[in-house]
Design a protein around this ligand. Structure first.
Ligand SMILES: [Zn+2]
Ligand SMILES: [Zn+2]
Length: 527
């Protein structure tokens, strides 16, 4: 929320600062100094009075603790905070300061992620908190958090593509856990299919506050000195674009998701003027990652670090934003034929929404919801609550990770099945066995939905005697309405299945020229 990624360590020192200073100097130079000073004084007095009044009024609001009074973690669940910076890059404190904040907020684990540290991931217990010291890498495609990577070879952002083979290949084979930071933030992630990573952040506190209105800010700044927890919450919104991206990808394959605090404990005003705000504690208290463990923790840091990393990769859990109630008591699980969502009774105003592959399928107020899930797909739960800030409104509280129900990620994905029209006005009919366009008919031999490609053969009907194999790569566009996805025929005349499969050279990060020098063809659904 209120820390700054504008201050990325890896970013070149901004040239904007001196310009800004000049501009301020210009606008603030009064033509009539005395009159200006008089007005400035009056303005400041009025502002001060207004702030005092609003502050006093805010004292009447209930004091919301930030995720306090949490029920204790169980054997199979832990609560932590992910993505934070120390002085090693662009944060203002130390790992011990973060641990201090984590202890105050009752967290079980934290993932520290300074920029481009080029260090192997470390695990240790400090004051009972499992500390995972990972890294946030500046890759050409955006920022990505690396966990469980033995050796990070590159500290120079410019050389990371060479060192890692970014953006198309994972580093170090299949080692490590790669989670995209702020996929829609200022430094957004360019590969919208997330094809080279394990997952992405659902929520990032740092990019979150950038889309707030003046009214939100007035409310936040008024509340902060008196009710910091409420002040932080005034800037919370539903992360629409992240959720759209997560939905579009999880519809076709399983991905990991995290809730990121992206704590810096400083805001950079100019190069040498920093405000140490908001504190680590405020940010770590604002959004927490409730994680279901693959197995109970042991007390051994190395072992537990591996368990938490593996659990993050499997990705079962939810984000809890703000301290409206005991989020650890929330229950979200698929049991048999039902998806069960239960909220502690103390939360009176809960509204539960359930999405399947990005489509809203249930929307109900109340403490409990049982939804029959006969339809396979990727389900996601959102719970919002009524919050009384200076303005009463509903705020997102719980955002669950995607929950896979009854379908293998390599089955044909629903998002690319049906009737579509491409960029050139050609129509395509795609079923799980046939891809028919204007002049060509492909028989689909294999769906590799988790890797977003398929292997097909030209059908005899459209090319008599044809034996050619084809590979078609696709990428989901997520938020480029009306275009839903785009494809590239990587190969159309391979002699064998293996040859077709090995021909995957499409570059999903560059839709203009990524298809062998040509653009991908975008597809929009025909209603
Ligand atoms: Zn970042
Ligand atoms: Zn960061």
């Amino acid at each position: 929320m209120v820390s700054s990624h504008a201050v990325d360590y890896c970013a070149s020192r901004s040239a904007a600062t001196p310009l800004l200073a000049q501009e301020n100097a210009r606008t603030l130079t009064p033509t009539h100094p005395s009159r200006f000073r008089r007005w400035a004084k009056r303005g400041a007095l009025a502002l001060f009075a207004a702030a005092l009044f609003a502050g006093a009024a805010s004292m009447l609001l209930p004091n919301v603790p930030l995720n306090q009074d949490r029920s204790t973690s169980s054997d199979d669940r832990v609560v932590g905070a992910v993505h934070m910076h120390t002085r090693l890059s662009d944060g203002s404190g130390t790992v011990d300061d973060l641990v201090e904040a984590a202890v105050s907020e009752g967290l079980d684990f934290i993932v520290v992620s300074d920029h481009n540290t080029a260090e192997p991931t470390r695990y240790e217990y400090r004051r009972g908190v499992l500390v995972i010291v990972a890294e946030e890498l500046s890759a050409p495609t955006g920022h990505v958090m690396l966990l469980d990577v033995d050796t990070v070879r590159a500290s120079e952002p410019d050389s990371t593509d060479r060192a890692f083979g970014f953006p198309l290949h994972r580093p170090l084979g299949d080692a490590g856990l790669l989670l995209v930071s702020h996929p829609n933030g200022r430094r957004y992630w360019r590969d919208r299919s997330l094809s080279t990573v394990d997952g992405a952040e659902i929520w990032n506190a740092d990019s979150e506050w950038r889309n707030d209105t003046v009214l939100d800010w007035i409310e936040a700044l008024t509340l902060l000195p008196f009710r910091p927890a409420l002040g932080m919450m005034a800037l919370v919104d539903r992360p629409d674009r992240n959720l759209a991206l997560i939905d579009s990808v999880s519809a076709v394959r399983d991905i990991a998701t995290t809730c990121a605090v992206d704590a810096h404990a400083r805001i950079r005003i100019t190069d040498d003027f920093l405000i140490p705000f908001p504190s680590y504690r405020m940010t770590l208290g604002l959004v927490q990652h409730h994680l279901r463990l693959t197995e109970p923790l042991t007390g051994d840091a190395e072992r537990d670090g591996a368990i938490v990393t593996e659990s993050l990769r499997r990705g079962e859990g939810y984000c809890a934003i703000g301290g409206v109630a005991d989020a650890a008591a929330v229950r979200i699980e698929a049991a048999g034929e039902e998806l069960i969502v239960a909220v502690p009774p103390a939360v009176e105003s809960a509204r539960i929404r359930i999405y399947r592959d990005g489509t809203l399928v249930e929307d109900r107020e109340g403490p409990e919801l049982r939804l029959p899930v006969s339809e396979p797909g990727s389900y996601r739960v959102e719970i919002d609550v009524r919050a009384r800030l200076l303005r009463a409104r509903r705020l997102p509280w719980i955002l669950s990770a995607p929950i896979r129900v009854g379908r293998s990620p390599d089955d044909p994905p629903t998002s690319v099945l049906g009737g579509f029209e491409d960029d050139y006005g050609n129509r395509h009919e795609i079923s799980d066995t046939v891809w028919q366009d204007v002049g060509t008919r492909y028989r689909v031999e294999e769906w590799r939905a988790s890797q977003q490609y398929l292997i097909a053969r030209l059908d005899d009907a459209s090319a008599p005697g044809a034996t050619a194999w084809a590979r078609i790569d696709w990428v989901l566009l997520g938020d480029e309405s009306p275009w839903a996805w785009a494809f590239c025929i990587s190969d159309w005349d391979a002699r064998t299945y293996a040859e077709a499969r090995a021909s995957g050279t499409a570059d999903r990060t560059d839709l203009r020229t990524g298809c062998g020098g040509f653009p991908f063809s975008r597809m929009r659904p025909i209603p």
